[in-house]
Design a protein. Structure first.
Lengths: 799, 223
């Protein structure tokens, strides 16, 4: 019997090719979108699955309150580690200190590469579940050892055996390779940790770290833990929450609270607002889940609409089958198996589409998703998905068609009632509501991105490059290099800075100044720069003056930005001092010599933070900032700069970044969302239009006789077109009025997350509505005009 | 007694008025009869046939078929009943366009849930009997009207029903084709003992039957 059903279904598909293409094609597109989104969501939800003990691992986080504002982050002070080890040993299986992931040069013979990696305590190989390919498992016992990822070892050593070889880090110190581990897969934390060096080496190397060993105020490190098997994250958090507060009265006023963020939450729920966990990427998982679901619904609606629209053609078949002994249930079963066949077919096409587009999608979404051929669960879920879609898309037509009464359909008196088209109309309205809402949403995302992009950055980011200077060799050579670069003609100005132009790496507190309110807990963005920083960036001085080499006293000078001027409450800041509040061993006071315009160094969606630019007395810089010669091409300039750089630092790889590109990175996340939702919107519209197209052709066919009669009575092509289009246009207009408030509500909510946001204007909605109507008219017109142009003699003869 | 209709009424309400399609129909029929139902258009012939064939319901009265009370049966039972005992032949053949002759004949057997080899034998037998073996892989559209109706009759017969209901079986055929079909009915009735009820306009075709029932405006006026 089932074979018979499939046979009929197959012949039906072949007989109505246009209909089949619309049906299968639309469904396949919808399924492909849902599949891709499904893979994406799976990838997001399985983040960190590499770690078998994922449910026991956590990172130690800290919340502190400044002036009523609670900030939360993973940076913790060094004394926390011994405090946990000594006081709470029972709660933990492992405790591991780690540095931030940082780029370092790794050199072996002629090859010198820059890779990200960490300093970690010796438990790291076990903690991180590393798969050791060569060498020993406990590769961090010796202070001068280094573990390398497989890809890094290959890049450095090629075919040579790396174990026991000595590499030079940052052109400064030698380490011996003790083991090589398999690269941690992409969708996991630490996937970019390409080297691991013993923590003790880190401590031994830097004086500032040793000074921080008993300093509860320097939050500059990371601490990871694996809790004991017999406890929970809440238990541990409850036990350790006040450990810092109780340990040091100096930090008590900031109400530091120490807690655990489970590994499960690192990727998807790592945002905090005023000390509360408020989600994070999980909202995009939801967003895309909703989009995927709706796109699938749209495709299913097509299927339902086209199937029921064709009902009159199938009515006879239903009548015959019933008259030769079929029961209603059997017919339902038949139509469902037919829809199953179509869906299965569409699924195969969808898989093909996914395979073809996965690379592009990965690039767009910055993922490394591969098609899970070997995952049995995937196929099971897919089968479920196909069945679900077949049921969703096929149940309405199945129930509708199978309920025809044989006497009526066989006698030919069968009439689709006045309201039989109503469910179809409702479905079309639903489709276009979703499409219009998508259009508006995409519009607004794009607008918001453009809005932030067009925001004045406060400096000239074009023609500016930055060169990282993370090695010791750069110290003391700033003036020399500045002269050399300028002399070479490729650069017109150069300055150093302690953080890149597009970031703030350091924040400071502990100052006093004239008029500081009692109990005010200041928090200032802190950048150390050389004299020509403002000149290099074309940062405008609005009050006072820039640093000048003519005044030796400028080494204790400071520039503040306009926000800082307001923040510090100074009418005339120039000439005033920022003093160190440490009374025992104060740093010298800093004299404010000028006020510079606000520049965006952090999020372009947020207000500029109060910041100070301090003269860099101790060569704490991390970047060279170079203003390129505008009279030469960028590539010419870069070539010259590289040559000069290599003359002075032959052992250091030449790396550079264009500041405007780095700045552009700030929009990457939103742009990804924007372009993905743009693509999905386009597909949603395409699918809806496919359905509309199919539906119009059926309506036109159904009304052939009516159109013929009207034409004989003198109707013009325009009259007929108008008649056919009006019906559909009405539906789309209804959709618009449903979609607009929904889209407004949702998008307004989305925009609230951005302090610097676009104002929603009515014309966005009007434009989306007009667009939807235009698309509808185009789609419908094609069929309507064709029907209208038919010779009435011909169409009347079909009776 | 094969079937018995007692005081059957069927009506529709239209504009506050009740229009009777069937009015107080009483009819008994024994196995082996060949009845022709006659009457002008709209007299209720087809309605009566559909009621007998259980494709249509009625509003009042009793209907007994092989000692089962059809009016009291649920749809599932009713469908089992006619699947088992009744075959239909239509004026416009009503073959399934997407299926070949062979598959059309097989269809009722599938609904009776017969096994593959049994079906094959029965279809082969029927093709043979009607002399359409050569046409078994053709689709209905590739056949002439007469041939299509031949398939239609074969399909009605294949499940070995006790009763064949034919609604103007020759209405779409030319006179020669029509005569062949009527002769076939006669032969089935006489040689195989199949009970037949046909609806017809033609006196000549009605004469093939053993009993003629005349309807006018839903009433039986002659038997």
């Amino acid at each position: 019997m089932i074979k018979n059903y499939f046979k009929i279904a197959w012949r039906n598909l072949l007989k109505n090719k246009g209909y089949s293409i619309i049906n299968v094609g639309g469904l396949a597109l919808g399924m492909a979108v849902t599949l891709i989104i499904g893979l994406w969501i799976y990838d997001e939800l399985t983040y960190n699955n590499y770690y078998g003990n994922k449910d026991k691992i956590a990172q130690v986080f800290q919340s502190q309150t400044f002036n009523g504002q609670t900030g939360t982050g993973p940076a913790i002070p060094l004394p926390l580690e011994p405090a946990l080890r000594d006081g709470y040993a029972d709660y933990f299986k492992h405790i591991m200190m780690s540095s931030w992931t940082q780029d370092s040069y790794i050199k072996y013979k002629e090859s010198n590469i820059s890779r990200p990696g960490n300093y970690m305590q010796p438990i790291a190989p076990e903690f991180l579940n590393l798969e050791i390919l060569k060498g020993e498992k406990e590769g961090l016992r010796e202070i001068n050892s280094i573990m390398l990822s497989e890809s890094t070892a290959n890049a450095l050593f090629g075919d040579e055996d790396p174990i026991g070889k000595v590499v030079k880090i940052s052109n400064q110190y030698d380490l011996m390779v003790t083991s090589v581990y398999k690269d941690i897969p992409f969708n996991n934390a630490f996937h970019d940790t390409d080297y691991i060096i013993p923590w003790d080496n880190y401590v031994a190397r830097w004086e500032w770290i040793r000074e921080s060993l008993d300093n509860w105020g320097n939050n500059s490190f990371q601490l990871f833990v694996q809790i004991a098997d017999n406890t929970t994250f809440e238990n541990v958090t409850n036990a350790i929450i006040d450990v810092k507060k109780n340990a040091d009265e100096e930090v008590e006023e900031f109400n530091p609270r120490i807690f655990l963020l489970p590994m499960e939450d690192w990727h998807l729920r790592s945002n905090f607002e005023n000390g509360k966990q408020v989600g994070g990427r999980i909202k995009y998982v939801w967003l895309f889940a909703i989009i995927g679901f709706f796109v699938l619904i749209l495709a299913c609606i097509n299927f339902m609409n086209l199937s029921t629209a064709r009902s009159e053609k199938r009515a006879k078949e239903v009548g015959i089958r019933k008259s030769i002994g079929s029961q209603k249930g059997q017919l339902v079963y038949q139509f469902l198996s037919e829809s199953f066949l179509v869906v299965l077919f569409a699924f195969v096409v969808a898989v093909l589409i996914v395979l073809l587009s996965l690379n592009g999608f990965n690039e767009l979404a910055r993922k490394e998703i591969s098609f899970p051929w070997q995952n049995a669960n995937f196929w099971l879920i897919s089968l479920g998905f196909v069945l679900f879609t077949a049921l969703l898309a096929g149940s309405y037509p199945a129930l509708y068609l199978s309920s025809f009464r044989p006497v009526e359909v066989l006698k030919g008196t069968f009439q689709t009632g006045k309201y039989s088209g109503l469910p179809r109309k409702i479905l079309v309205v639903l489709q276009f509501t979703v499409s219009v809402a998508f259009i508006i949403g995409t519009f607004i995302v794009m607008q918001q991105i453009n809005h932030a992009k067009n925001r004045p950055v406060g400096y000239e980011k074009e023609g500016l490059i930055q060169i990282p200077t993370f090695a010791e060799e750069f110290s003391g050579k700033t003036d020399l290099m500045r002269n050399e670069f300028i002399k070479s003609g490729a650069v017109i100005e150069m300055a150093t800075s302690s953080s890149p132009t597009t970031r703030i790496w350091s924040n400071r507190s502990g100052f006093t100044w004239e008029g500081k309110p009692e109990g005010f807990q200041e928090d200032l963005a802190w950048t150390e720069v050389s004299s020509e920083y403002a000149k290099t960036l074309n940062l405008k001085i609005v009050e006072g003056r820039d640093f000048s080499r003519e005044f030796a006293s400028d080494s204790l000078g400071v520039l503040i930005n306009e926000t800082a001027k307001r923040y510090l409450g100074m009418e005339n800041p120039v000439g005033k001092f920022l003093k160190d509040s440490d009374e025992e061993d104060p740093n010298p006071p800093l004299k404010i010599i000028g006020v510079v315009e606000d520049m965006i160094a952090q999020s372009p969606y947020e207000p500029v933070k109060q910041g100070v630019y301090v003269y860099d007395r101790e060569d704490n810089f991390s970047y060279y900032n170079l203003r390129l010669n505008p009279n030469k091409s960028a590539s010419q300039n870069i070539a010259i700069i590289e040559r000069v750089f290599k003359q002075h630092f032959p052992d250091i790889p030449f790396q550079y970044e264009f500041v405007d590109e780095e700045y552009g990175e700030k929009f990457a996340a939103e742009e990804r969302i924007g372009s993905l939702s743009g693509i999905f919107t386009a597909l949603a519209i395409l699918i809806s239009c496919l359905g509309l197209f199919g539906l119009t052709s059926f309506v036109a066919e159904q009304r052939t006789k009516e159109i013929g009669v009207r034409k004989v009575l003198g109707a013009t092509v325009f009259n007929v077109w108008n008649m056919l289009s009006k019906d559909f246009l009405k539906l789309v207009i209804i959709s618009c009025f449903i979609a607009v408030p929904i889209a407004y509500y949702v998008m307004n909510g989305w925009l609230q997350e951005y302090p610097y946001r676009v104002i929603l204007k009515w014309w966005i909605f009007a434009l989306a509505m007009l667009g939807a109507m235009g698309i509808t008219l185009l789609t419908v017109s094609f069929q309507a005009i064709r029907a209208a142009k038919q010779n009435p003699v011909k169409s009347l003869r079909t009776e | 007694m094969l079937l018995q209709l007692k005081n059957i009424f069927k009506w529709v309400n239209s504009g506050g008025q009740r229009i009777f399609l069937l009015k107080d129909i009483n009819l008994s029929m024994a196995e082996g009869e060949f009845i022709s139902i006659m009457g002008p258009s709209g007299s209720g012939k087809s309605t009566l046939l559909n009621v007998i064939g259980m494709l249509d319901t009625f509003d009042e009265g009793e209907y007994h078929f092989l000692n089962e009370s059809v009016h009291a049966l649920k749809e599932k039972h009713r469908s089992n009943l006619y699947k088992e005992y009744i075959g239909f032949v239509f004026q416009s053949y009503h073959l399934l366009d997407d299926l070949t002759v062979y598959e059309n004949l097989e269809m009722p057997l599938l609904y009776k849930k017969l096994k593959g080899p049994v079906r094959k034998a029965m279809v082969g037998d029927m093709l043979d009997r009607f002399g359409i073996v050569g046409k078994k892989d053709l689709f209905p559209a590739q056949l002439s009207g007469g041939q299509q109706q031949l398939v239609g009759v074969a399909r009605a017969l294949i499940a070995k029903p006790k009763l064949i209901l034919a609604d103007e079986p020759t209405g779409n055929l030319n006179s020669q084709q029509g005569e062949e079909i009527m002769k076939l009915f006669k032969k089935l009735n006489e040689e195989d003992g199949v009970t037949i009820i046909q609806v017809t306009h033609s006196e000549k075709n009605a004469a093939y039957g053993s009993r003629i029932i005349s309807l006018l405006d839903g009433r039986k006026i002659a038997d």
